[in-house]
Design a protein around this ligand. Sequence first.
Ligand code: GLN
Length: 447
Amino acid sequence: SYIDRIEAVDTKLDAFLTKTFDLAKKNAKESEERILKGETLSVLDGIPYALKDNMCTKDIRTTCSSKLLDNFIPPYSATVYKKLQKSGAVLLGKVDMDEFAMGSSNENSAYHIVKNPWDTSRVPGGSSGACAVSVSAGEAAFSLGSDTGGSIRTPAAFCGVTGLKPTYGRVSRYGLVAFASSLDQIGPFGKDIKDVASVLNVIAGHDENDSTSMKVDVPDYTSFLSEDIKGMKVGVDYALLDENKIDKDVVYNIRKAIDKFKEMGAEIVDISFDCFDYAIPVYYLISSSEASSNLSRFDGIRYGVREEGETLEDIIINSRTKGFGEEVKRRILLGTYALSAGYYDMYYNKALKVRKLIKDLYNDIFKKCDIVLTPTTPGEAFKIGEKTTDQTQMYLADIFTVTANLVGIPAASIPCGMSENGMPIGLQISANVFDEGKIIKAAYNYQ
Ligand code: GLN
């Protein structure tokens, strides 16, 4: 039925880049046999899902939505994909994204403009836009995306689904094509927090192939799906909820959500985020610096599409010139500049210092609070094309999401009402490192 659904709606939404229906039918048949015998492999056995196209899948094309990787078939699989296969989950296909995960609207894909299922003239958010679309439109029961500065949470908010960026190091990044290695994290999308917790149970944990994955026990995340958040300390910075700075529909719905937390017995703690003015510049400097280094491997020699040229240097230049899109080139230039001798201390090193200050601020906040509530985005899903000519406006859409990556904490976006235009609004719930359980508990009680 999921395949039928994809056939029926994806011509309008354009979420899928590579469909793996033959494999899905074979895997579903095997699951069915196991289920009939009462020998299921996990709660995900037989459950159909979609993967963002920056996670390597052995023998299945993995493009990162880039022309440069148009023909790339990985010889190995990402750890998360291996874990999902072992759990019996059924891969339906690889879905679109902003090229190399750089973007907030999914408009930077070399393939499609993915549409928001609530209003197809609007963006689904990015960079894991199609992951959110696939769940929102009923094309997949869940999906896995990656989040470097909001790429799971923004699309979840824009498409009215739940998305969780786990703690940095909670989920293995082995086989995830790197964007900014100190910020990247894989996480699940689901229709609600229960589905997200069930998927997190399967993908979380240490992996010897990823030295940044942490050796911290994985609790049963579904055990946090219990009623009652009485006495939970919930941090709120009311100064952020200002109609002069962000959309009034966002302010209204977030305030309503905070009231509901109060009614449920949570204790609201006043906090102050003095860091938001610095968050965007620090994030774009650090992420672009890391990207400029990570993307140097795409030279047309080792991976992907190779353009012609007389010398080795010409081949590399031509492959990168034709293979990369505008936004990717912009980030490589910005990162290379920030890392260059003479500017390193002025930009990159300074950004690292401010990152440490932001981390200290969050440490203090989590001494006083169990969770923190903010909007996920400053506004509803915008119209396709609305922000493509003004990069600063596009980058500012990440104002509430980037700090979680800079600090390494987990954060989720859950649906919390609608705008006047009938578009979903997202509530962001953050917690201290490895406190995904508190987010799950709060979200479960709220939803
Ligand atoms: N929008 C942010 C960027 O363009 C975040 C992307 C992400 O999380 N992958 O860098």
